[in-house]
Structure formats: C-alpha cells, structure tokens
Design a protein around this ligand. Structure first.
Ligand SMILES: [Zn+2]
Length: 312
C-alpha cells in the first residue's frame, strides 16, 4: 500500500513525523486522520464556523480531539464531530450494553467499525486512515473485556481479507505482536477516557508505523528495554528507549554495541521471558482479519499469551 502513496501524502507523512519527533501535539479527527494541532487549530475553527453558517444538517458535526503530552498524561480537548452517527452497537447482554453500547455509538461517529459480543467481552474492529481519505487504511482489532481490570488488547493490520498481515512489528508486544502504544503506568489511557480516545491513540501509533515503513525511522519518544531490542530496532537518530530524552546515538547506542550477542539475548529473555524471534499475531486473531471480521476470535485464546510486563 505504501508503494502507491502519492507524493503529496509522502510529504504529509514526513511533516507529521517531524512534528511528532519534536513532540508537537497532534490530534485525530473523523476517520483517524492525524493533524498537527497547534498549526491547524485556526483553520479547523474557521471550517466549523463556515459549516455552521451554511446551515449544515443536524447531526453532521465536525470532529477533532487534541492531546498534549505533559507529565506522562494526555489531556483532551473536546470538539464537535464531522461524521454522521453510525449504528449503535446492538448488544444482547446487559453487561455489554451498560459498558459498551454508548461507547461504540460514539466510536461509530468517528470510525467505520464492526462489533461483536462474546461471553467475556466485546470485539471492535475499526478502520482508520491516518493520512486521510486518499491514504492507506489500517485495521485495528480491539479486545474489550467486561472485566475492566484487564486492559484492552489490540492488533493492527495493513489490510484485511486474504493476505492480511500486521501493519508492522515496531512497538508491538512480545510475544503476541499486540499494539504497544502506551504502558498502563503512564496513564495515557484508561477506560474512563473512552473508545474514541483509544482508537485515536492507535491511529497516531499507526501513523508512526507508516512513517517507519516509508522513512526507516520511528518519530518521537519511545520505550525500549534491553540492548538487543534497541540495537535491532532503533536507528541512531531516534529517541533512546530509556526515557533519557536523548537520541539513541547520544545515549545507549555505544554501550549496546559493546554487549555481546549471547549476553544481549540472555538479557532480552530475562526482561521479556521469551526469545526475540517469538513475536507473532495469534492465529485466532489473524484468522479473524483474513475473514474480514466475519468470524471473531475466542477472547480467552487471544489473551492466552502471558501479559507483557517486562521486569525492569
Ligand atoms: Zn538511553
């Protein structure tokens, strides 16, 4: 899909990457399109005003949320919405309705979604276009348990149907290749922030993934524990994974290169309790994507991989 990216979208991706890399705040709106918040804010306000004066139909509201990262948390500014309301999630159990009916209705106003209810929680498949309507679609599959002490677990695909494959492996968890867009301790997202905010965060993650695919490096701050992980996946100009705020070349790169391969692998195994090569989307999850969400994974099977809690 990247091969066919028009030159203006390559430019757009580069610009967004630069913004993320200097930690400018970005926002997602209608369908997951990512914008630089501050630079575009006036323009967005202007559009809202002109649409309002043209008397656009009721229910056709303009949408944007924005975040700014400060002290490890995201603050959200509410804007109106652009897309018309989608079908509400028609769940049969009281549990599903009370936890997720309103949430999935809101989500359907922003993203094309499919939902399914299972015994242990709901599945949501959401399509996002981080570069806008002419850009590539990415497809998230999100497990949302009824037990909200358990965090959602999600995967991202570059396409669905035959030949469906994960969008990329950068910043996915070991060993199940689920999206690693934030860690719980950061309080970047919690259930009270809602599903729209969750998919928006994933859309920014997908944009970084696309940037990495096109330009070969990951824009913006990132986590990366262990010499093997960093030296395999990180470019020198990227942020180091140790939260120093320095570039990798100015931080852990030299010492990582001095760790011999066997020691690096042993450290990785100690941190992640698996081998580096063991990172694969679970078969039940891949199967759902290949079948275009006509079948849904067993949630217990999708969660059967040990939770990722690397020893620090
Ligand atoms: Zn470092």
């Amino acid at each position: 899909m990247i091969e066919s990216l028009p030159p203006d979208l390559v430019e757009r991706l580069e610009e967004l990457g630069r913004a993320l890399d200097i930690e400018q705040s970005v926002s997602a709106y209608g369908g997951g399109r990512i914008r630089i918040t501050d630079a575009d804010r006036n323009e967005v306000v202007k559009n809202v005003t002109s649409e309002a004066t043209q008397g656009s139909s009721a229910g056709s509201r303009q949408g944007q949320r924005s975040w700014s990262r400060s002290g490890g948390s995201w603050s959200r500014g509410a804007w109106a919405r652009r897309r018309p309301a989608g079908e509400p999630g028609a769940f049969s159990s009281e549990q599903a309705r009370s936890l997720y009916a309103a949430e999935t209705r809101s989500l359907a106003q922003e993203y094309d979604i499919n939902c399914a209810e299972t015994q242990l929680g709901i599945w949501v498949a959401a399509k996002s276009r981080p570069l806008g309507s002419r850009g590539p679609s990415v497809h998230f599959l999100i497990a949302l348990p009824f037990n909200q002490e358990i965090m959602p677990r999600s995967w991202c695909f570059a396409g669905i149907g035959n030949g469906s494959k994960p969008l990329g492996l950068r910043h996915t968890n070991f060993p199940d290749a689920s999206i690693c867009a934030f860690v719980k301790e950061d309080r970047t997202w919690d259930y009270s922030d809602g599903l729209v905010a969750l998919v928006d965060i994933y859309s920014v993650w997908a944009l970084r993934q696309l940037h990495n695919e096109v330009f070969g490096w990951w824009p913006g701050p990132q986590l990366g524990l262990g010499a093997l992980y960093r030296k395999t996946e990180f470019q020198p100009n990227e942020f180091c994974g140790c939260s120093s705020g320095k570039r990798y070349r100015d931080c852990h790169l030299a010492s990582d290169l001095l760790v011999d391969e066997q020691a690096a692998q042993a450290e990785f195994k100690r941190l992640f309790r698996t081998n580096y090569s063991n990172r694969n989307v679970p078969a039940v999850v891949l199967n759902a994507a290949q079948n275009r969400w006509r079948i849904w994974p067993d949630m217990r099977a999708a969660y059967s991989f040990r939770p990722i809690d690397p020893v620090r």
